[in-house]
Design a protein around this ligand. Structure first.
Ligand code: FAD
Length: 413
């Protein structure tokens, strides 16, 4: 007997929602659950973060049918400047050195390095794309409370008491994944003792589409270009200091922020609420189990200093989408081990590499021991003057190197 759905996806966030769009567009029968209802209205209270979307990830979103709802709210990143505390030496990435496709402006200056998209806009784009897909069922608010798996199916009991069956369950339900916990998949976790303060600021002068990453002694401070004279701030501090900063009055907060931001963009004014996210590294040893697969933060959560967590999740989405669609077209059971193992092997190295890199960068940069400070300042300067090294770093961050899924190469599955 046929199961109710080919794939059940628990968690319709940026990763799960993208997977749902990719699979449903191919004709697979997909049901997606989220504890929060989708919304086509932009809600300021939803999530204060904006995500840096690498060029490879933008291609995934395009292939998933999401970019048409995002391109007008996406702010291009043309240059990236990385510096260490007050050092004059820095690393500069210029988009003209990474032209992989002609840009649409016709000025021959090449594509951006990536885009900034506010998460609240991403949520709306997902809701609008999902509305258009006929064979995608959305059960939200709703969540899985129990799963049983045998050799033929997954039976999931929802909080409503309803039971649905599918060939495969995907856990894309974030860092606290219930699917991971129900499957008993162990998690390794390292608390950074840091929190990420996030807010949006208005500034007097235009940012010229430049993203700044400054490594301060207590943690990285990023200034990321949004549309207009606005930037998103991701400001990592030791947790007790972050708690204190969160409790400051608006005026005191603005002063603290200005001290780190500097005056190069004129007067800087925080707008809207401040947000605070505890920062940790967490990962699972494996991302598949019997008729079950994990994607995104459910199996790898990393430090946001390089803006790569979501990008890794979107690469998972592209690889998982390709593996499942290939199997489905061949008439294979999408829940079989060999299909899932192809996904796990494909993604393991890339995710491990990025988690290791962000962990190491944070360890080396978030302290002021003099020899380390000198080494990292010189390190930035050395990378800046060795073009092949510099290029390799950026191509990796842009999601344009390695064994790329078709969507990341701009090809349909
Ligand atoms: C301060 C900060 C800044 C960041 N900036 C960037 C950046 O610039 N670029 C980048 O690539 N990454 C960035 N990241 C990382 C990025 O936010 C995450 O990697 C990304 O959100 C992971 O997406 P996800 O869909 O896997 O999980 P989530 O975004 O956590 O989504 C999980 C979804 O599952 C739902 N859910 C949760 N539990 C259940 C349940 N039990 N049942 C049903 N549904 C459930 C939730 O409602 C949500 O919709 C940043 C992170 C932080 C903390």
């Amino acid at each position: 007997m046929q199961n109710d759905y080919d794939v059940l996806i628990n968690g319709a966030g940026m990763v799960g929602g993208t997977i749902a769009c990719i699979l449903a567009a191919s004709g697979m029968r997909v049901v997606v659950l989220d504890r929060e209802a989708p919304s086509v209205q932009v809600a300021d209270s939803y999530d204060g973060r904006a995500s840096a979307i690498a060029l490879g990830s933008q291609r995934v979103l395009d292939g998933a049918g999401l970019w048409e709802f995002l391109h007008e709210v996406a702010s291009p990143i043309l240059d990236i400047r990385v510096s260490d505390q007050q050092s004059p030496l820095s690393l500069h990435y210029d988009h003209r050195d990474f032209a992989v496709t002609p840009n649409n402006d016709g000025d021959g200056s090449g594509n951006p390095l990536g885009f900034m998209v506010e998460n609240r806009h991403f949520r709306v784009a997902l809701a609008r794309a999902i509305e258009k897909l006929k064979n995608l069922t959305v059960l939200a608010p709703g969540q899985v409370v129990a799963i049983e798996r045998d050799s033929h199916k997954v039976s999931a009991t929802l909080d409503s008491g309803r039971v649905i069956t599918a060939d495969l369950v995907v856990g894309s339900d974030g860092r606290g994944s219930i699917i991971r916990r129900l499957a008993g998949i162990a998690l390794t976790r390292h608390d950074y003792g840091q929190s990420g303060i996030v807010c949006t600021v208005d500034h007097e002068h235009p940012h010229q589409q430049v993203a700044y990453e400054r490594f301060l002694a207590t943690g990285p401070f990023a200034i990321l270009p949004l549309l207009g004279n606005r930037s998103s701030i991701v400001w990592a501090e030791k947790t007790d200091l972050a708690d204190h900063i969160m409790s400051l009055s608006d005026r005191e907060f603005q002063e603290e922020l200005a001290r780190r931001f500097g005056s190069f963009l004129g007067t800087v004014t925080p707008t809207g609420p401040r947000w605070c996210y505890p920062l940790s590294l967490q990962y699972t040893g494996y991302s598949i189990d019997n008729r079950l697969v994990l994607a995104g933060d459910a199996c790898h959560g990393m430090h946001p200093l390089a803006g790569q967590g979501l990008n890794m999740g979107l690469r998972d989405a592209a690889a998982l989408g390709e593996v499942l669609i290939d199997a489905h077209r061949l008439g294979l059971d999408v829940g079989r081990h060999s299909v899932l193992d192809r996904y796990q092997r494909w993604r393991r190295f890339d995710n491990g590499l990025m988690m290791g890199a962000t962990h190491m960068i944070n360890a080396v940069f978030s302290n002021s021991i003099e020899p380390l400070r000198l080494a990292r300042v010189l390190g930035l300067a050395v990378v800046d003057v060795i073009p092949p090294l510099k290029k390799q770093f950026m191509l990796q961050a842009m999601g344009l190197s390695g064994d790329l899924p078709k969507l990341m190469r701009g090809q349909p599955i």
